[in-house]
Design a binder for this molecule. Structure first.
Ligand SMILES: Cc1cc2nc3c(=O)[nH]c(=O)nc-3n(C[C@H](O)[C@H](O)[C@H](O)COP(=O)(O)OP(=O)(O)OC[C@H]3O[C@@H](n4cnc5c(N)ncnc54)[C@H](O)[C@@H]3O)c2cc1C
Length: 683
């Protein structure tokens, strides 16, 4: 299958860029890069190591010109086969690019190369009194580049967001070898967010500007023991529902706990089935203590059998060691561990856990359950022995059934471990054909020859064959009659090639902006009542709903959305990106493309790394990529706590599309039917 001569042909050119020692084709190196922390295996044809980020673009350009597949690799700890070279080609080993180039505490930014190990960055920041929020359990070895590639998360993401929320700007080498710098603050569609979590399929990150935060002055850590998982989950839902935002809210079941304790004295009461670790932080000790008191009361009211606040740093570290050591502890029990990663809306966690346990028992498997309970993200760690082929089959089936159960409960197939090769098949269960086709168009726009980490994320033909019923298992949104007629109208216009000017409440898009003979599509009819999920702290609002009405409806329900006071419609807020911070609250979108196809992207979970983050791509898309019909947002409980930071009016007029904005426009709306003046020069 592999054409070794294609590497020999370009070897001198590769060596001229990175040096002869850094182009490796020897058996030891090939073997070493044939596996990662997932289950898939495949051999690369060569491994190229870099000593300077500037070497990456010329190497990729050379590979692209010669039609050779490649993929970026760092610590290889990803759990979805993301760094397995399915089509051979070249592994780009970036692990020596590990300089922290700048720490700017004034601007609260750190500029780093991709090979910087997460924990080393934390250590470097500490003397300045700062930290970087994403804290995957693998942080002692996993790197910033890999964290960006997977959009990694960790316990602290409950309060501080996942990797995507903590990256400000990226320098990226595109699959064709161009160097680009994209920031979420750029006007226009958010290309940077699309790159985060794209698993090396859309480009290679060579520098990252990361958000850094002052270390909190006060941290309080507590544990709560329960004799049932259900009771523990009820406490979690109450804590979040009461407007308390812990910096971490983690849970483990008795199997994980037993493995982590490994014979040491069990500090929890006999019969403990679940333990919560709850950590609060802040600058105001009084507030932290008050929240801790409230948490204790909630835990007690939900039948906690013990509640203990860590007396000092040593005790706190012990608690975290048990949580973070649970995976290695499970790994000691058997030769292999499959770490599954599914997400459900938080209130559905008890059902998800019950179903997970039933599935495990049906397949006679042992697993420790670990979960980022505050985020609804569960990780069953299933132990097995890969030499037992029957057991491997059972593990895979159980894993797939757990994912299907998450989808049916309104969740998703990955919160932080990515899709890689191992969950490609599950993309068929989560999405419809139209969404998958949409993702394929994004990939083709960035990588027309399909050379950047090929056959990852998106299902290939073999995945459909592997499963009898490949169609989506997810509930589809029920559209209002107004939304339905709008979709029909767009379909008709597409058929006749009629151009459309998408208008919300007209706050930003004035009539004199409507050009090119485009016919108005007025979204004001899409203003039905928001569908508020009080327990999950989410709301779905139609695009034409005025922001003030949306806010009023939330207030009636005792909830709020942390956005500044702005005029305009829900759809307009997203499409204009007038307040870029909206990206952090946006969980799902329903969008109609220029040809009248309805897409459902994202969902109701706070974590979701299934496929490209196309939800954020629509932030700043100005109606030119698709018509936003409805959006789902993360809410806060209680009265409005903090005014979100001041609004920087987006430079609507200053938007100059990047050539990648244009490529995407061409892929999504080749006839330039939607808001045609924005991409006037698109062919
Ligand atoms: C014990 C254990 C615990 C874990 N715990 C967590 C956890 O708590 N949270 C979590 O999110 N994950 C966790 N993981 C998964 C894994 O550690 C993360 O996915 C991590 O982000 C991968 O980093 P890495 O450096 O190993 O990247 P790699 O595995 O080398 O690469 C990951 C992906 O990113 C791509 N990539 C690499 N470099 C770049 C680049 N420069 N530009 C673009 N793409 C790139 C790769 O092609 C690949 O698709 C855990 C894994 C293990 C083994």
């Amino acid at each position: 299958m592999f054409k070794h001569e294609r590497i020999s042909a370009i070897r001198p050119a590769l060596e001229a860029i990175v040096g002869a020692d850094n182009v490796r084709t020897d058996e030891a190196e090939i073997l070493m890069y044939s596996y990662d922390a997932g289950m898939a295996r495949a051999r690369p044809e060569a491994v190229v190591a870099f000593t300077d980020p500037a070497q990456v673009a010329p190497v990729i350009k050379l590979l692209y010109k010669n039609g050779i597949p490649f993929l970026p690799r760092l610590a290889g700890t990803n759990l979805s086969g993301g760094t397995i070279p399915l089509k051979g080609g070249v592994i780009l080993n970036l692990s020596r690019l590990k300089k922290i180039r700048r720490i700017d505490t004034g601007a609260r930014v750190a500029l780093v190369e991709p090979g910087v190990v997460n924990m080393e960055l934390q250590r470097a920041l500490e003397p300045f009194g700062f930290f970087y929020a994403p804290d995957p359990a693998s942080q002692k070895v996993s790197t910033i580049g890999g964290n960006i590639g997977e959009n990694a998360g960790g316990p602290l993401c409950l309060k501080y967001g996942v990797t995507s929320d903590n990256v400000e700007k990226l320098e990226v080498v595109t699959p064709e070898g161009e160097v680009k710098t994209w920031s979420y603050a750029d006007p226009g569609p958010d290309l940077m967010s699309l790159l985060v979590g794209s698993e090396g399929t859309l480009g290679v990150v060579t520098h990252a500007w990361l958000k850094i935060l002052p270390l909190p002055r006060h941290i309080k850590t507590a544990s709560a023991a329960y004799s049932s998982l259900d009771a523990a989950m009820r406490a979690v839902t109450r804590i979040i529902g009461d407007g308390i935002v812990p910096r971490a809210l983690e849970a483990m079941d008795s199997v994980s706990l037993g493995a982590a304790l490994n014979g040491k004295t069990d500090p929890f009461p006999r019969g403990t089935e679940a333990v919560l670790i709850i950590e609060l932080d802040g600058g105001d000790l009084g507030k932290v203590k008050k929240d801790l008191d409230d948490v204790e009361k909630i835990c007690a009211a939900n039948a906690a059998t013990a509640f203990r606040v860590a007396a000092d740093e040593a005790e706190r570290e012990l608690l975290w060691a048990a949580r973070k050591g649970a995976y290695p502890a499970m790994a000691r029990l058997a030769p292999d561990v499959l770490v599954e990663d599914g997400v459900v809306p938080r209130p559905r966690l008890p059902e998800a856990l019950r179903e997970t346990r039933e599935i495990l028992s049906k397949y006679k498997l042992t697993a420790g359950l670990l979960f980022h309970a505050g985020d609804g993200n569960l990780h069953p760690n299933i132990i097995f022995d890969r030499r037992d082929i029957q057991e491997v089959k059972r593990v895979k089936k159980a894993g797939y059934e757990i994912l299907k159960s998450c989808i049916k409960l309104g969740g998703t197939i990955s919160g932080e471990h990515g899709i890689g090769v191992e969950k490609r098949v599950a993309m068929n269960w989560l999405y419809g054909r139209d969404e998958l086709d949409f993702f394929r168009r994004i990939k083709a726009a960035f990588d027309p020859l399909d050379l950047a980490n090929p056959d990852k994320i998106l299902p290939v033909a073999a995945d459909a064959r592997a499963e009898a019923a490949p169609e989506s298992l997810a509930d589809r949104a029920s559209l209002s009659p107004q939304a339905r007629s709008l979709v029909d109208e767009l379909r008709l216009r597409s058929r006749s090639g009629e151009r459309t000017a998408v208008t919300g409440l007209g706050t930003r898009l004035k009539a004199d902006r409507i050009m090119e003979g485009a016919k108005t599509l007025d979204l004001r009819s899409l203003a039905g009542r928001a569908a508020i999920d009080r327990e999950n702290l989410t709301a779905r609002a139609e695009a034409g709903l005025a922001l003030e009405d949306f806010r009023a409806q939330l207030k009636e329900a005792g909830l709020n959305i942390e956005i500044p006071d702005l005029k305009g419609s829900v759809g307009g807020l997203i499409a204009s990106k007038v307040w870029p911070g909206i990206r952090e609250l946006l969980l799902g979108l329903e969008v109609v493309t220029a040809d009248g196809t309805l897409l459902e992207l994202g969902g109701r979970t706070v974590k979701n790394v299934a496929g490209y983050d196309a939800v954020k791509l629509f932030c700043g898309s100005m109606g030119a990529y698709g018509v936003i019909i409805a959006a789902t947002f993360a809410l806060s409980a209680g009265a409005r706590r903090a005014q979100a930071s001041a609004v920087e009016p987006a430079a609507w007029d200053a938007f100059e599309p990047d050539d990648y904005h244009r490529r995407l426009k061409k892929a999504l709306d080749a006839r330039n039917l939607l808001n045609p003046w924005i991409y006037r020069t698109t062919p």
